[in-house]
Design a protein around this ligand. Structure first.
Ligand SMILES: Cc1cc2nc3c(=O)[nH]c(=O)nc-3n(C[C@H](O)[C@H](O)[C@H](O)COP(=O)(O)OP(=O)(O)OC[C@H]3O[C@@H](n4cnc5c(N)ncnc54)[C@H](O)[C@@H]3O)c2cc1C
Length: 599
C-alpha cells in the first residue's frame, strides 16, 4: 500500500463494500497485436456490424469510469513507442476506401481541420478522421449523468472557452460560424449569482498533515469558480485568518502579502523588477524577497496547480503576478507582458479572451463541429440545443457519408506512398482492436499528440523528432461526482473549497448554466454534480520533471484508489454526519474522481 492508498478509515467505513461500477483503468493487460494477411478488402461491408461505435446503445459520455486515456485507447501507442508493435504485427489489411484527406486525431483540432478542408475543397471532399478513443472530442469530452432521472453534465476535460490571448481570426471565425458568441451566451445562460444569492462562498480546508489541524474555514461569498481565494475586504480576511490554524507570525505575513502595498524591490525600474521576478519562483519571492515565515508557503503552494500543473516552487514569480497572486501590489509593475514569461502568463498580462462555460465544457464545440460535418449524427440546429442533443454514433462512419469519423482506431504509421504512380498519395495504417488496416489519401493532417508523431513518422528529420519528443503532457485529473443533494454545502455556506494539502486540491459545486432545455439544479434539495481536480506533481523538481513524476503517479494509480480517496474525503464514516451537523469538514472534505459515484 502506498501513501496514496492509506486512509484513516476502514474500507467498510468508507463504503467500499457498496457496489459501484469500477475498474482499474491503467492496469489493464496489454492488448495483443496481430492480424492475418488478407487481400485488399472492402472494409465498408463489415463496418456496420463490426465497429463498436455502431452497436446499439453506444454512448461513451455516460460511461462510469475513466474518460481520459481509457483502457483500450493507449496500449497500441505504447507498444509502438516501446518498439514491440511491428514485431508482433502481421502485414496490414489493405482497404479500398479512398479519401482526399485523412486526419489523425478527433479532438477539436482534427475536427476543425476537417471543417476548414471541406470549406476549401467543397462539399464533395472525402475525409476520414481516425481517433484512438471511444469518443470524439479529444480533451474536450463530456461526462453525462442522469441524476434522479434528470440530465446533468460536466466537462470531462476542457472546461471553458478561455484563452490567455485573444482568439486568432481563424478560431474566432470558426466559433462565429458554429454560432458561438461567448459574450452573448454568458449573459443569457450563466447564472453567476446563484450560489452567492444562497449565501455560499469559498472554504479553505486545512488538513492536519500540512497545517497541524483539520479545519474548514469559510471565506466570504465569491462569485464562482475553483481555486478562488478572493477575499473582499481586510476585516473579512482578518476574520478568516483568525480561524485558520496559523501562528501569529504566519497570520501577520499572509495579511501583509495580501494587503500591504510594499515595494520589495525598491530602486529598480519596472522592467528591471519584471526581469528579476521572471528568474525566480513565486516561492522564492515570498521567502527571500517578501521575507515571509516558511509557514506561509503551504497556504499558497497549490495556487498555480490548476493553471500549470505544479506549485509555486516551480512557477516564476512574474507569471504569478500575471495570474493575480498577491504580494506585488506595492511594486508598481507596469501592465503588459515581459520577456521570459510563459505563453499563458504573457497572454493574461495582456488581457486574455472572452469566456463561456458550456455545461459540458468545450465538448459542445466538438459536438457543434461534428454536427456541421455530419448533420445526421447530431440532430438539431442551434448552439443551445447542442447541449442536450444525443449523438447517433452509428452515423459517424457511414458508407454513404463523404466525411467519416472512425473511433477506437489508432494510427500507427503515416508515410508517403512508396510506389511511383502514387507518389502524391499518403499511406495511413491504423490498428483497431486486433486488426491492422492500411489505406490511402491525397493528404494527411496529424492532429494527434505531438510526442507520438515521431513514432508514426520515423522518417521525420531528427531535429523535428527531438523537438516533438521534448513535450510532456501536464497531468491534470478532473473528476465528477454525483451528490443526492447539497444541503450540507448550504449549511456550511460554501460552494467551493480549496484544499492546499489534500489529495484533491479543489472541489466545487457544478457551474450553474441554463441553456436550451438544459437546467442546472437550483435548490440544495436537488441532486448535483461536484467537480474535483488533482494535479499530481513532485514539488522541488524542475517543472518538466514534476510533470513526468505526476504522469508516473497516474500510471500506477488504480481506479479503486481514486474511489477510496473520494470516499475518504467526501463520505467517510463521519464526513457526511459532520457536514450535516455543520461541525466541520473532515480531514478530506472531498475527493472525487469517479465519473459516477452516487453519494
Ligand atoms: C483536463 C484538461 C482541461 C483543459 N481545459 C481547457 C480549457 O478549459 N480551455 C481550453 O481552451 N483548453 C483546455 N485544455 C486544453 C485542450 O487540450 C485544448 O483546448 C484542445 O481541446 C486541444 O485540442 P486538440 O484537438 O489540439 O488536441 P486533443 O484534444 O488532445 O486531440 C487530439 C486527439 O488525437 C488523438 N490521437 C492521438 N494519437 C492518435 C493516434 N495515433 N491515432 C488516432 N488518434 C490519436 C487523441 O486521442 C485525441 O483525441 C484542457 C486540457 C485538459 C487535459
Amino acid at each position: 500500500m502506498t501513501d496514496q492508498d492509506r486512509s484513516k478509515f476502514t474500507d467498510r467505513e468508507l463504503g467500499m463494500d457498496r457496489a459501484i461500477p469500477r475498474r482499474d483503468f491503467l492496469n489493464s493487460a496489454a492488448m495483443t497485436m496481430g492480424a492475418a494477411l488478407l487481400p485488399e478488402i472492402d472494409r465498408a461491408s463489415r463496418t456496420n456490424s463490426g465497429e463498436p461505435q455502431n452497436r446499439t446503445g453506444y454512448n461513451p459520455p455516460t460511461s462510469v469510469d475513466l474518460r481520459g486515456s481509457h483502457s483500450g485507447s493507449f496500449e497500441i501507442a505504447h507498444s509502438l513507442r516501446d518498439g514491440t508493435f511491428w514485431k508482433n504485427a502481421a502485414a496490414p489489411e489493405r482497404i479500398s476506401e479512398k479519401y482526399d484527406l485523412i486526419i489523425v486525431g478527433g479532438g477539436i483540432s482534427g475536427l476543425a481541420a476537417a471543417y476548414f478542408y471541406r470549406e476549401r475543397a467543397g462539399s464533395g471532399a472525402r475525409i476520414l478522421v481516425l481517433e484512438n478513443h471511444d469518443d470524439f472530442g479529444g480533451h474536450a469530452k463530456r461526462n453525462e449523468f442522469h441524476l434522479g432521472g434528470k440530465l446533468q453534465l460536466l466537462n470531462g476535460g476542457t472546461m471553458l472557452i478561455d484563452s490567455p490571448t485573444p482568439y486568432s481570426a481563424e478560431a474566432a471565425g470558426l466559433m462565429k460560424k458554429l454560432g458561438i458568441d461567448a459574450v452573448a451566451l454568458d449573459k443569457k445562460c450563466s447564472d453567476h449569482d446563484l450560489y452567492k444569492a444562497l449565501g455560499l462562498g469559498t472554504g479553505v480546508f486545512f488538513d492536519k498533515e500540512t497545517f497541524g489541524a483539520d479545519r474548514l474555514v469559510v471565506e466570504a461569498a465569491t462569485e464562482e469558480g475553483e481555486n478562488s481565494a478572493n477575499v473582499p475586504d481586510t476585516a473579512k480576511l482578518e476574520e478568516f485568518l483568525a480561524k485558520a490554524p496559523f501562528n501569529e507570525t504566519v497570520r501577520r505575513d499572509i495579511l501583509r502579502i495580501e494587503r500591504a502595498k510594499i515595494d520589495y524591490l525598491q530602486g529598480l525600474t519596472s522592467t528591471e523588477k519584471k526581469d528579476r521576478l521572471s528568474r525566480i519562483s513565486y516561492k522564492d519571492f515570498l521567502l527571500n524577497i517578501a521575507k515571509v515565515e516558511p509557514g506561509v508557503i503551504p497556504f499558497y503552494q497549490t495556487r498555480t496547480n490548476g493553471e500549470w500543473g505544479f506549485g509555486i516552487d516551480a512557477e516564476p514569480a512574474l507569471d504569478c503576478w500575471a495570474l493575480g497572486l498577491p504580494g506585488f501590489q506595492g511594486l508598481q509593475l507596469e501592465p503588459g507582458a515581459a520577456p521570459h514569461m510563459s505563453y499563458s502568463a504573457a497572454g493574461y498580462a495582456n488581457g486574455g479572451s472572452d469566456r463561456f462555460h458550456f455545461p459540458d465544457g468545450n465538448a459542445s464545440i466538438a459536438r457543434l463541429l461534428v454536427r456541421a460535418l455530419i448533420p445526421s449524427a447530431l440532430p438539431g440546429n442551434s448552439v443551445e440545443d447542442i447541449v442536450t442533443a444525443r449523438v447517433r454514433y452509428d452515423r459517424l462512419d457511414a458508407d454513404n457519408s463523404p466525411i467519416r469519423i472512425r473511433l477506437n482506431s489508432t494510427a500507427v504509421r503515416v508515410r508517403n506512398a512508396a510506389d511511383s504512380n502514387a507518389s502524391r498519395e499518403v499511406e495511413v495504417t491504423y490498428a483497431a482492436g486486433k486488426r491492422i488496416f492500411s489505406l490511402r489519401a491525397g493528404a494527411c493532417v496529424l492532429a494527434c499528440w505531438n510526442m507520438s508523431i515521431p513514432y508514426l513518422c520515423p522518417d521525420l528529420p531528427d531535429k523535428q523528432k527531438e523537438a516533438l519528443h521534448y513535450l510532456v503532457k501536464v497531468p491534470l485529473v478532473y473528476r465528477s461526482v454525483g451528490l443526492r443533494n447539497w444541503i450540507s454545502f448550504q449549511k456550511l455556506g460554501i460552494s467551493n473549497i480549496n484544499a492546499p494539502g489534500a489529495y484533491w486540491n479543489s472541489v466545487s459545486l457544478n457551474w450553474p448554466v441554463n441553456i436550451g432545455d438544459y437546467r442546472s439544479p437550483r435548490s440544495p434539495e436537488e441532486p448535483i454534480l461536484l467537480h474535483l481536480s488533482r494535479t499530481p506533481c513532485k514539488p522541488g523538481l524542475p517543472a518538466r520533471e514534476q510533470h513526468k513524476a505526476g504522469r508516473m503517479q497516474l500510471l500506477v494509480t488504480t481506479f479503486e484508489t481514486f474511489e477510496r480517496k473520494i470516499r475518504d474525503q467526501l463520505v467517510p464514516n463521519g464526513r457526511s454526519r459532520r457536514i450535516r451537523s455543520g461541525a466541520r469538514y473532515r480531514s478530506h472534505y472531498s475527493e472525487s474522481l469517479a465519473t459516477r459515484l452516487w453519494l
